[in-house]
Design a protein around this ligand. Structure first.
Ligand SMILES: C[S@@+](CC[C@H](N)C(=O)[O-])C[C@H]1O[C@@H](n2cnc3c(N)ncnc32)[C@H](O)[C@@H]1O
Length: 335
């Protein structure tokens, strides 16, 4: 029997062209703290309008859009948070990632002109976004990355046995989230976060907040140019991958290989593509994001990263799932 032919329509394409409305709805709901109030029992439209101090009609617009996006669920006229919203978007919970979601507003305007950026013939800048990093940008950026990075750091500390290691070097360690989580689990460890100078000033505050200044220090520098500290037996480079070209990654990884102690391990936690380069979506979008900042970066596949690590000298390279759809952890050993 013939299969009925699948009707081709315009809705998928239209919805994609409106995707900025979805992002803006989510960000407005986070900014107005809708989900925190819903979790505290504010579950009817009239309560939501009063609590958020917005008109009834705007409360209705917001709540209807959030329900259509699957952020709120409606039962018998009452709204509840979807499970992921309740876990990650309720202020006060240690799992709250609101600052990270709101950080996307930083380049919201630029995306409108993506076509123009893609046509640019300006010479690429090695550091892209980071060429003009100020302390204010670093503060906003890392309050955002910290909110999502600490969870990733805890996963890393759960997956990687660091009991026999003594010194971590975290290249582009940002808020210090990975080192903070590592030292929490393995208090004997020392750790160094290497990042740009304005970032290190912010990192120092996070480290102090956790009372970990005895274990974790910062080292201002640019890992594409400056020498790396010696003696680390475990190195991490997390969420930096699409910022750099393959050639630059091989240079950075070769430097890392040279400075790691023999037997040491390197973990690249990166936004990798599948080997066909057909997804996942998040890593693919991080690649195109780089065009907004004129860097040489692009998304890289897992097998490309394996090749970069092996070219730099690492052996026993393994690809490990980390955060499916977002990050893989690719590991190599220095003989
Ligand atoms: C997306 S953040 C990730 C931070 C942290 N690794 C994490 O996963 O939470 C990228 C970080 O890499 C740093 N970075 C990028 N290129 C760098 C370079 N050439 N030298 C030092 N730090 C760099 C940035 O300043 C930023 O803090």
């Amino acid at each position: 029997m013939n299969q009925p032919s699948k009707k081709i329509g315009t809705i998928r394409l239209q919805n994609l062209s409106y995707a900025h409305k979805q992002a803006a709805t989510l960000m407005a709901a986070v900014e107005l703290d809708l989900f925190t109030h819903v979790s505290r029992g504010c579950s009817q439209l009239s309560d939501i309008a009063d609590t958020l101090q917005i008109s009834r009609i705007n409360a209705e617009r917001l709540v209807v859009a959030c329900a259509a996006l699957g952020l709120l669920e409606k039962t018998d006229g009452e709204y509840q948070n979807a499970a992921d919203v309740d876990r990650f978007l309720v202020k006060g919970k240690p799992t709250y990632i609101g600052p990270w979601l709101l950080f996307s507003r930083m380049d919201f305007e630029k995306w409108r002109d993506l076509g123009t950026f893609l046509k640019s013939d300006e010479p690429p800048k090695t550091l892209g976004l980071y060429e003009t990093l100020t302390e204010e940008m670093a503060r906003e950026y890392h309050e955002a990355t910290y909110s999502v990075g600490l969870g990733a750091g805890m996963l890393f500390a759960r997956d990687v046995d660091m009991s026999q290691r003594s010194l971590i070097l975290d290249l582009g360690g940002g808020s210090g989230a990975y080192c903070i989580a590592a030292v929490q689990k393995y208090p004997h460890l020392q750790a160094v976060v290497l990042d740009f100078e304005p970032v290190c000033r912010i990192t120092d505050r996070f480290i102090a907040q956790w009372g970990l200044t005895e274990n974790i220090t910062t080292r201002p520098g640019d890992f594409t140019r400056d020498p790396l500290p010696q003696d680390a037996d475990l190195m991490i480079m997390a969420s930096n991958l699409p910022q750099y070209s393959g050639q630059m990654l091989i240079r950075i990884l070769s430097k890392a290989y040279e400075s790691l102690v023999p037997g040491g391990e390197f973990h690249l936690v990166g936004e990798t593509l599948n080997d066909e380069k057909t997804g996942p979506l998040g890593p693919a979008l991080w690649g195109i994001h780089e065009s907004l900042f004129g860097s040489e970066g692009r998304s890289h596949s897992e097998s490309e990263v394996r090749h970069y690590l092996e070219t730099a000298g690492f052996s026993k390279v393994t690809i490990n799932p980390f955060i499916p759809g977002s990050l893989s952890r690719i590991t190599g050993i220095k003989k």
